[in-house]
Design a protein around this ligand. Structure first.
Ligand code: ADP
Length: 711
């Protein structure tokens, strides 16, 4: 008997004794027994007997008390059992016990509900039969592990149920003490699984949308690491996911730009104030102009993220720049157009004024011969000035259409310089300007291979300007051989002490129609084409042009030309007929020709009639293309047709084409007042032999005719 039991027993006994003393009837009985002697004699003494009876009574009470105790304990046990059964059966989770073979030994109601069968019908069934085929191997592995490891194991499986919807359950199992069973809890996680799937689908949907968005989108963590970047982002910066995800782009972006956008990121992440800014970003060497919008996003766990969207405006920026420059150009062109029209009007009206005025004066009957000569001279000069303007426009038209021909021949540059010097000498004297020229080479060394006409035009235009824009001081022209250049180069200069050119106009003046100060356009005559022509000619001859100028002090224009001394005929052009070499070949003996003048302008016809008089045997005239064709049919022996292009009804091209159908021999020379680029080609293509531009003078026409009527 343990000490506890002993104490319990003693307490019980004491209790029983106390109870017995309080009971009246037995005590009375006892007293009776003690007063009346017993008829039956017993070997026990009366006292002993009494003791025994007392003992028995106590014992009985003891038993009764014990019984009560037991009854109470049983009631408590019953309550506990009921509680346990209720808990087991009605628990929301499933509980079941499996044998080592995986057969169901016991299960609660929740388990039966999940398996979709009555509890009684499930006992002894193999649990794996209720597991879907795709998760059965997972379950089998789980059971093996449960029995092996003896510690709790978990797995997620899908149950085959009667419903269409599969039930996902989380199993947690542990082996029982005697090793031959295992207890398993089963929690229905279908909703959680569905939520997970939905979340995954949602994520996928969002990702798809983000991928579809044309603008680059990114997500950064609090440490500026990119944790998501859509396709547009990767495409824009030509990066792949591996070089972006988990990185800050520090490897791809220059340090100063990196510092800037990290600063903006930090501010958005710390303050939560969104940012939208235009920034320059150079990724892998390619510069982008972008507008980046950045906002902060904080998740449930208080983690901070930065969501950014990028709008690439690189192209737009370029367009903007181009547009601004185009707008500027258009505004400039507009100013130019007005300036050009004013220039042209001035440049044509002024000489025209002289021509018409002095022509009028020539009509005066009592003019002396000297006066007449003077007036004619003025008319000639004014005509030459007008022609100069027109020639400039034609040259620019040729330059712009890329139809500039060069005709190379041996050119004595000393001679050219001297010619230009002599030409402008009188003007410089008139303006009291000191005018000089310096040559850098002598004799044959000064003969170079270049286009003499173009070279002359260049020098002519520069010297004309130098004198025009210099009111006092000097103008000096010259050249030198640049010793250190390879290939060798000549450097020409035209230096003046004139008005100079403001610094901000020094570039513009080389553009056509531009004057240094377009507001002062009327101040000095000029079309604004001289420098543009000179520059284009210099470049076509293989040189470069530059200038130095100080407003109020003067200017120096430089240009280089290659120093080639050997002659190499490159191309023969229309200008070739004007070359000195060819000039010498003119045969003045051309004569006895039957000539048709097709010309609708009476004055021009009269003029032609006079200048061809000496070579003409018989002269025919026509005022329209039709008449010219008819004349040609009626006179098959015509030697030469001087065909005006611009005639009423049938023009010169059409008439030539028709004439060529029946007469291939006759020489047809086209004459036109337009002289624009492409006209020559059009005339030749129509069937003309050659082409001359108005105004025509005797020398010009004779040079052309010499080519066809040499004797
Ligand atoms: P323009 O027919 O007006 O002279 P150019 O093309 O030759 O046309 O010259 C353009 C402009 O450059 C001139 O209008 C003038 O303003 C300026 N310029 C050219 N040469 C000189 C110079 N030697 N000194 C000062 N200004 C000059």
């Amino acid at each position: 008997m343990t000490n506890d039991e002993k104490t319990k027993f003693e307490i019980l006994r004491q209790k029983a004794e106390e109870l017995l003393n309080t009971l009246p009837t037995p005590r009375d009985e006892q007293d009776k027994l003690l007063s009346v002697p017993s008829k039956t004699s017993s070997p026990l003494s009366e006292i002993n007997m009494m003791k025994l009876i007392h003992e028995l009574e106590v014992y009985q009470v003891e038993l009764e008390l014990q019984n009560e105790e037991l009854q109470r304990a049983k009631a408590l046990a019953d309550i506990a059992t009921n509680k346990y059964t209720n808990l087991y059966d009605f628990a929301p989770s499933g509980y079941f016990t499996l044998s080592k073979m995986g057969d169901i030994i016991d299960l609660n109601l929740a388990s039966a509900l999940m398996l979709g069968k009555e509890r009684s019908k499930l006992i002894d069934n193999r649990f794996s039969l209720f597991v879907s085929s795709d998760t059965r191997s997972v379950f089998n592995l789980f059971i093996d592990k449960v029995f092996e490891s003896k510690s709790p194991e978990t797995c997620e499986v899908t149950l085959i149920s009667n419903d269409d919807l599969p039930t996902n359950v989380l199993l947690t199992g542990i082996v029982t003490e005697n090793d031959d069973q295992c207890n398993i809890t089963m929690v229905d996680i279908t909703k959680r699984k569905q939520a997970e799937i939905m979340l995954l689908e949602e994520k996928q949907r969002v990702k798809t949308i983000l991928e579809l968005v044309g603008d680059p989108i990114f997500l950064k963590d609090n440490e500026h690491r990119i944790i998501f970047a859509n396709r547009a982002f990767l495409d824009l910066f030509e990066l792949d996911e591996a070089s972006v995800l988990g990185k800050t782009l520090a490897e791809n972006v220059p340090e100063n730009e990196m510092e800037h956008f990290l600063r903006v990121d930090r501010s958005v992440l710390d303050t939560g104030i969104s940012d939208s800014c235009e920034e320059e970003l150079t990724v892998g060497g390619t510069k982008h102009t972008i507008i980046t919008k950045k906002i902060r996003f904080i998740d449930k766990s208080e983690n901070r993220f930065l969501v950014g969207s990028i709008h690439d405006i690189t192209e737009r920026k370029q367009w903007e720049v181009e547009l601004i420059s185009a707008k500027k150009q258009a505004e400039e062109s507009d100013k130019l157009k007005s300036a050009f029209l004013a220039n042209m009007s001035h440049e044509i009206r002024t000489p025209m004024n002289g021509i018409l005025g002095f022509a009028e004066l020539l009509k005066e009957p009592e003019l002396t011969g000297e006066q007449q000569q003077k007036y004619i001279c003025i008319i000639e000069k004014a005509g030459a000035r007008m022609l100069n303007t027109i020639n400039d426009i034609i040259s620019i038209s040729r330059i712009e259409s890329g139809e500039m021909n060069i005709s190379v021949s041996n050119t004595d540059i000393n001679q050219q310089l001297e010619d230009v010097y002599n030409f402008f000498k009188p003007e410089s004297e008139k303006k009291r300007i000191k005018f000089s020229f310096k040559t850098g080479l002598s004799g044959k060394k000064a003969i170079i291979k270049t286009d003499p006409d173009k070279m002359n035009t260049i020098l002519f235009n520069l010297v004309k300007n130098a004198i025009k824009y210099t009111d006092k001081g000097s103008v000096e022209i010259g050249y030198r051989l640049k010793a250190d250049s390879d290939p060798l180069e000549l450097v020409f200069y035209v230096k003046d002490t004139g008005i100079g050119i403001p610094e901000n106009r020094q570039k513009a003046i080389f553009e056509r129609f531009i004057k240094a100060d377009i507001n002062d356009k009327m101040a000095r005559q000029g079309s604004g084409l001289g420098l543009a022509i000179a520059k284009a000619y210099i470049e076509v001859l293989g040189g470069k042009m530059s200038m130095e100028s100080k407003e109020g002090l003067g200017s120096v224009f430089y240009y280089t030309l290659p120093y080639h001394t050997e002659l190499e005929e490159k191309s023969v052009t229309e200008n070739a007929v004007l070359n000195n070499d060819i000039k010498k070949q003119i045969n003045p003996q051309v004569s006895g020709l039957k000539i048709l003048i097709a010309e609708d302008d009476e004055n021009s016809e009269m003029y032609l009639r006079v200048i061809i008089k000496s070579i003409c045997k018989e002269l025919l005239t026509a005022e329209t293309g039709r008449e010219a064709i008819a004349a040609c049919r009626n006179h098959p022996d015509i030697d030469l047709i001087l065909m005006d292009i611009q005639m009423p009804s049938t023009n010169g091209y059409e008439a030539t084409r028709e004439i060529r159908e029946f007469n291939k021999e006759v020489i047809i020379i086209a004459q036109t007042a337009f002289a624009l680029a492409g006209d020559r080609e059009k005339a030749i293509e129509a069937g003309c032999n050659d082409y001359i531009t108005k105004p025509i003078n005797k020398e010009k026409i004779m040079q052309v005719l010499a080519k066809y009527f040499q004797q």
